[in-house]
Design a binder for this molecule. Structure first.
Ligand code: ADP
Ligand code: MG
Length: 460
């Protein structure tokens, strides 16, 4: 497996012994576009799920974690490559997996017991047997006494317990979970995590492997025997390693915090392209085809906050500590760091965020000067903003419909992402006073120029 960082002391290289239950060979996901372009979501990737492991798949939002889970669990087919179940193509196999999603996805018209029985019914198990198994499972997950309740009567944590019971009752060989704790409050999530770990380590469940998707680094380090970190655009494995810390793990222990720190480094490290690795090379080719950079969805105010904080820390700090100081998770912090990097305000060096000269000047300046610096950086570094501005200056009425830019972005991004790109561009453009956006007419406008023109007309 491709590992683009030195191995951490508490880890060894991933992969794993034993025969794989699920083996993905060069799987890819892409979406065809009306033009000949395609949106590559996952680069060709190899991945094994072996018995005895909890694997955590970590990565920033949009890196393709859910897409990977869907392909590995047989929910969706790869665009290319193959997923094998015990050595046979998964589409032709009788597979035994269950999936727990973030949203509880229970049937609201069924009782708790009926919800848990539902998958057994679907598998044709006789009524007496499925009742017995469901009651036992409800007991195991601490829902004794709630059999007759309806989902709406339960708290989020209880509902997710039902979700776990419904997944585990089929005794899946592989249990898939897609951010199962992220909709829960902190304490409930902690509680459910440790209960799950207890079930797993006491072999109370017959499940042989767990595949957990998460964007929470601590959660991954707490639970996983093996961690895979995904990078973005398109999704690819940045590193894959085993966690060598004994259970139960202590979040305060040095080995724990060291590993969290290491993962931040992996997540923020610029991509490398080791020669000869075909998956990596393909990814670079894909990236070169991309005309527009993907704007990270960060607000200028957030960037200003981060740059000022860094200035307070003599211009340099560990990203892990910054996240901790701000009580941010990676999904909060990474877009801001990425955006500041894109604009040339900071650099990442070995997991440290380091202010550049212009970043330091920005952090030190008053708001009006900050806007000027931002404006110059945006025009220099961001093609989309430059194009919008130029189009507005060129057109005689100084206005351009959103549609015009959406059509160009749609070549490269999904419809949803194109809209988000526009939204972010509007945010940045407004802040930098490059242009304004008329949300009613869905048009970009040059507001300052209009005012100037009006002033000129009045003077005439
Ligand atoms: P994650 O779970 O890591 O947040 P996802 O697997 O949900 O990421 O999505 C990965 C990427 O795939 C996103 O950038 C998303 O915009 C893109 N994507 C998902 N579905 C489609 C689609 N139907 N067409 C084009 N792109 C898509
Ligand atoms: Mg997801």
């Amino acid at each position: 497996m491709a590992t683009d960082l030195k191995t951490n002391p508490t880890t060894t290289s991933g992969g794993g012994a034993g025969e794989a239950i699920i083996r993905a060979v060069q799987i890819e996901k892409y979406y065809a576009q009306p033009s000949e372009n395609r949106i590559q979501v996952i680069s060709p990737t190899d991945l094994d799920i072996v018995p005895g492991e909890i694997v955590a798949l970590l990565g920033p939002s949009g890196s393709g974690k859910s897409t990977m889970l869907r392909m590995l669990s047989g929910l969706s087919r790869p665009s290319a490559g193959e997923v094998y179940w015990h050595g046979r193509p998964i589409a032709q196999s009788e597979i035994n997996v269950a999936i727990v999603f973030q949203s509880f996805a229970l049937f609201p018209w069924m009782t708790v017991l009926e919800n848990v029985e539902a998958p057994l019914k679907a598998r044709g198990i006789a009524p007496a047997e499925r009742r017995k198994r469901s009651l036992k499972m409800l007991d195991t997950v601490g829902l004794d006494g709630f059999e007759a309740a309806y989902p709406k009567e339960l708290s989020g944590g209880m509902r997710q317990r039902v979700g776990f019971a419904r997944a585990l009752v089929v005794e899946p060989e592989v249990l898939f979970m897609d951010e199962p704790f992220s909709a829960l409050d902190v304490l409930t999530a902690e509680n459910l995590r440790s209960e799950l770990l207890e079930l797993w380590s006491h072999k109370t469940m017959p499940t042989k492997a767990v595949f957990l998707v998460t964007h929470n680094i601590e959660e991954a380090v707490l639970l996983a025997d093996r961690i895979i970190v995904l990078g973005r655009n398109p999704g690819h494995i940045r590193t894959d390693f085993k966690v060598q810390i004994a259970q139960p793990r202590d979040k305060k222990a040095e080995s724990f915090t060291q590993l969290v720190d290491y993962i931040y480094k992996v997540l923020t490290r610029p991509d490398e392209t080791p020669a000869g690795d075909p998956a990596q090379l393909q990814r670079v080719r894909d990236q070169r085809q991309m005309k527009y950079q993907m704007l990270p969805h960060a607000r200028p105010g957030g960037m200003a906050g981060l740059l000022e904080l860094l200035l307070d820390k003599a211009g340099r700090d560990d990203i892990y500590r910054l996240a901790d100081d701000l009580s941010f998770e990676i999904d909060d912090l990474l877009p801001i760091v990425d955006a500041a990097q894109l604009l040339g305000f900071l650099k990442i060096e070995e997991g440290d965020a380091v202010l550049t000269e212009s970043g330091a000047e920005f952090g030190n300046s008053e708001i009006l000067r900050q806007k000027e610096i931002f404006r110059a950086a945006a025009l220099e570094n961001v093609l989309l903003l430059r194009q919008i501005r130029r189009a507005l200056e060129t057109k005689s009425d100084h206005t351009v419909p959103e549609e015009f830019f959406l059509d160009m972005l749609d070549e490269q991004f999904s419809e949803e992402e194109s809209l988000k790109q526009i939204e972010t561009a509007v945010n940045w453009g407004r802040y930098a006073e490059l242009f304004d956006f008329d949300a009613g007419k869905r048009r970009f406008v040059l507001p300052d120029l209009e005012e100037e023109n009006a002033a000129v007309e009045e003077a005439d």
